[in-house]
Ligand binder design. Structure first.
Ligand code: FAD
Length: 382
């Protein structure tokens, strides 16, 4: 028996939900992870299955086809995936897409798209970054020009999570119209409906091997005002900012899940690994390193639980969410590095969970806003 890091908010219903998630991950995802990593994506089937058992869009209201739960349900899914080092499917991006619809979509857009996202019938992606614009999104070149009764979308995006499998992409674009020139909008692109849409390379990455991160191209895509998120042009930046705390808390929570999983598997390992005739855990260094991990995990859990209480109350501000994302992602990299060290050479092997977690962890300090951007945001209120 070692330390358990249970969320403070776990009640009986959530435990039942957690068990459903665990069963799904252990039967449908873990056994196929190796194949997904070799292929570079998880395939559509798993999205449909996840939708069927009700683990997608759990915090979207029932009237829009969601689970009618709240952030705790999302947290349990993301932490459980983190425990197992499952990074192929990105339900976080999918949930963020759903929240864009929920918070900014017209009633028609919500009733049309949210049930399909919840069923996993449409895999969601968000396309903001471009080759020359990541942190500084104001530098994007993807443009929407006016056609009189609608828009033509042209441009390209890169590093897009779920990009290869995505059937519904929210595209951040600059308006090239007399009225809204230079302002930004979010466009809804159903990929299968447009000949001008294409997916470029599935990008080869140093981690997240099972996750399809892709380039996307938009060539003269014809869109109507119904494809403009919220129906009014020029709202893109505001829509983007409004959803950042949610997005950053999800990333922070994934970091916590990965840390807990890495700690658990490392404790197991050092109990059985023999060095100089004794289990590795008996060395003072091993116990001290693990004791520091336990301390980090207790602080991390308290921080995340506090953020979760705040988001449930509608009070999670951007600075706090950015601080959570910054600190959790950094701690994830530090803690997992210690786990690799305690595994010795095996820690560097791809077949060991901590080895995979190590390479998956690095990007957590980059996507969803880099460490430096998080510090910029936090320091605005100094
Ligand atoms: C695996 C993966 C998945 C991703 N998924 C998505 C996705 O689904 N959708 C999407 O739109 N994007 C996605 N991204 C893109 C990601 O959000 C960007 O890579 C990230 O925001 C950084 O942008 P950049 O790569 O252009 O780096 P740059 O912005 O060029 O940054 C380079 C360096 O400069 C630093 N820097 C930049 N500005 C400042 C500043 N003001 N002060 C100090 N330092 C600064 C950065 O912190 C960084 O260290 C993904 C990226 C990866 C790697």
């Amino acid at each position: 028996m070692t330390y358990q890091f249970k969320p403070a908010w776990l009640d009986e219903d959530l435990v039942t939900y957690q068990q459903t998630v665990a069963r799904f991950l252990d039967t449908e995802m873990v056994p196929h992870d190796e194949a997904s990593r070799a292929r570079g994506h998880v395939g559509h089937d798993i999205w449909r299955k996840a939708g069927e058992i009700g683990i997608l869009c759990t915090d979207i209201p029932v009237e829009y086809g969601g689970g009618g739960g709240d952030f705790r349900h999302e947290a349990l899914l993301h932490e459980s995936m983190g425990h197992r080092g499952l990074t192929g499917m990105s339900p976080s991006v999918h949930s963020i897409v759903a929240h864009y619809f929920l918070n900014h979509g017209t009633e028609e857009q919500k009733t049309h798209y949210l049930p399909k996202l919840a069923r996993g019938e449409l895999v969601g992606a968000i396309a903001m970054s471009e080759p020359d614009a990541g942190s500084d999104l104001r530098g994007i070149r993807t443009r929407a020009s006016s056609t009189g009764d609608g828009f033509k979308l042209n441009g390209s995006k890169t590093f897009i999570t779920n990009g290869y499998l995505a059937e519904l992409v929210l595209v951040f674009a600059r308006m090239d119209t007399p009225e809204d020139n230079g302002r930004f909008s979010v466009f809804i692109v159903e990929t299968k409906k447009h000949k001008g849409f294409s997916v470029g390379n599935r990008l080869k990455k140093i981690g997240l091997k099972a996750q399809d991160t892709s380039e996307l191209f938009f060539d003269d895509i014809s869109l109507g005002t119904k494809d403009l998120l919220g129906g009014n042009p020029g709202q893109g930046l505001y829509q983007l900012m409004a959803d950042l705390p949610y997005e950053r808390l999800l990333i922070a929570d994934m970091a916590l899940g990965a840390m807990e999983g890495a700690y658990q598997t490392t404790v197991e390992y050092v109990r059985h690994r023999m060095v100089f005739g004794k289990p590795l855990i008996e060395k003072q260094n091993t116990r001290f390193v693990l004791a520091e991990m336990v301390t980090t995990l207790k602080v991390a859990r308290a921080f995340i639980d506090d953020c979760i209480q705040k988001i449930l109350a509608g009070r999670l501000d951007t600075e706090t969410a950015s601080a959570a994302k910054l600190w959790m992602a950094q701690q994830q990299n530090i803690l997992i590095d210690h786990c690799v060290q305690l595994h010795g050479g095996y820690g560097f092997m791809d077949e060991y969970l901590v080895g995979r977690m190590f390479s998956d962890a690095r990007v957590q300090r980059i996507y969803g806003g880099t460490d430096e951007i998080m510090k910029e945001i936090i320091s605005r209120k100094l």
